[in-house]
Design a protein around this ligand. Structure first.
Ligand code: SAM
Length: 417
């Protein structure tokens, strides 16, 4: 069956779940029979989910790749807006553990056919009677498709206890739905070749929607039978420490950027003004020499009075023209050997406003962060006009041949902050 479907059938099942998540935006999801967490590894990128759990009876298979669910550097550099917790349990879907209550979505992908029929009843009681989620997605092989699978004799897997036709699956699902107050939609993935409609999908899927409201108690009751194998919390902007770090990083980045641009523009304007002055002086000089020559020729003294070019005044006018759309309080300015970047100017930089919400919160964060220097009135970020690399002594960094590398390799990021 490996090359029978494109994309492979298991990926089509995962994609079905992903599309469901995109449409319905559940906040808490648990995958029963999660195996090596392949589905969870895909779902974790949908950051509207705040609690993601996996349960499997086989702890070895969970452990195989569970660390692949850990946050990666990008998750620290660009934390999500919502918190995300991932928990993995070793336990049986036939047993009730209170930590799997309160989920919006339960998925059971190619699991039920591994249960004895008696355990299947316990599974229904656990999922629909005890967990009572808003939605449940159950997929299982469609036995009617089996004759189309090349070389298959018997069940699709040695551990399968049954494989149902569409009618058998629908009868079971509708009975469970009636018993526990769910309605069911039937669909599937893995189409037959030549779009043969008669056999149905290779994997049949039932999507169960709860139609009877239930009141969830805040503290779920029940025993703790499962074993927690792995638990991780992702950094998110809901955590004040993370928010502060990201906001200050953003402010420092934009402050340096604005400072560099402002210094470049300022020095360009100064150079322009200086060369304008020179050109004028050269022209005047030439005119003077011509007039002198003429007067000499005419035998008369020529009065060549030259106006001093006020390039400073013109530079300032020019600067005002460039900064025309900024208010006085938004303009960068020099103070000694420093450049001051007003907080009012930083406010309009991408992400700064959305991360901080209001300008007084932004000021408060910046005043309280040791990485930021502020003016005494707290209205601007102060940056050194130029980085003075001559003061740094790199002699203790023999492994780094490039100065920039040596700076990079001495910097330690404080992820725990
Ligand atoms: N859902 C996964 C997927 O789609 O990739 C894996 C499906 S795999 C065919 C079935 C999984 O169900 C196995 O990992 C198995 O260990 C697990 N399983 C079987 N009986 C179970 C039980 N009673 N409780 C929890 N998990 C069980």
């Amino acid at each position: 069956m490996t090359n029978f479907f494109n994309p492979p059938l298991y990926l089509q099942r995962y994609q079905f779940v992903i599309e469901f998540i995109k449409r319905n935006k559940p906040k808490k999801m648990v995958d029963l029979g999660c195996n090596d967490c392949a589905l969870l590894r895909k779902v974790k990128f949908h950051r509207e989910i705040e609690l993601l759990a996996g349960v499997d009876i086989d702890s070895a298979v969970i452990r195989e790749k569970m660390y692949a669910l850990a946050p990666i550097p990008t998750d620290y550099l660009q934390p999500g807006d919502h918190p995300l917790t991932i928990e993995l349990y070793q336990g049986s879907v036939t047993e009730k553990d209170r930590r799997i209550k309160g989920f919006d979505l339960v998925t059971s992908i190619e699991l039920i056919e591994h249960l004895q029929l008696g355990d299947l009843d316990r599974f229904s009681e656990v999922v629909f009677g005890f967990m009572v989620p808003a939605a449940v997605i159950i997929s299982t092989p469609n036995a009617e498709f089996n004759p189309l699978l090349p070389g298959l004799t018997g069940f699709r897997h040695y551990d399968h206890k049954f494989e149902w036709t569409r009618a058998e699956f629908q009868r079971w699902a509708l009975r469970v739905g009636r018993e526990f107050g769910y309605e069911v939609e039937f669909t599937g993935v893995g189409e037959a070749p030549g779009q043969d409609q008669t056999v149905g999908f290779c994997s049949q899927i039932g999507v169960f929607w709860r139609i009877i409201p239930v009141s969830q108690s805040h503290e779920p009751e029940g025993p703790l039978l499962y074993k927690l194998l792995y638990s991780v919390k992702y950094p998110s902007l809901c955590d004040n420490n993370v928010l502060q770090r990201i906001l200050v990083n953003e402010v420092l980045y934009w402050s340096e950027n604005l400072k560099r641009r402002w210094l470049e523009e300022t020095s360009e304007r100064e150079e322009d003004a200086y060369s304008d002055q020179n050109t004028e002086e050269e022209e005047e000089d030439m005119e003077g020499r011509l007039a002198e020559r003429l007067s000499q020729m005419e035998g008369k003294e020529q009065d060549v009075e030259r106006q001093p070019a006020d390039w400073r005044r013109r530079r300032e006018e020019n600067e005002e023209m460039e900064d025309d759309d900024l208010t006085e309080g938004e303009r960068l300015y020099r103070s000694g050997r420093s450049v001051c970047v007003p907080v009012a100017r930083l406010w309009s930089c991408p992400r700064v406003e959305s991360l901080s919400g209001n300008i007084s919160f932004l000021k408060q964060i910046l005043l309280n962060d040791s990485r930021v220097s502020m003016t005494e009135d707290g209205l601007a970020v102060v940056l050194a006009e130029a980085e003075d690399h001559q003061d740094l002594d790199y002699s203790d960094a023999p492994e780094c041949t490039d100065i920039r590398q040596s700076v990079v390799c001495t910097v330690e990021e404080d992820w725990g902050a």
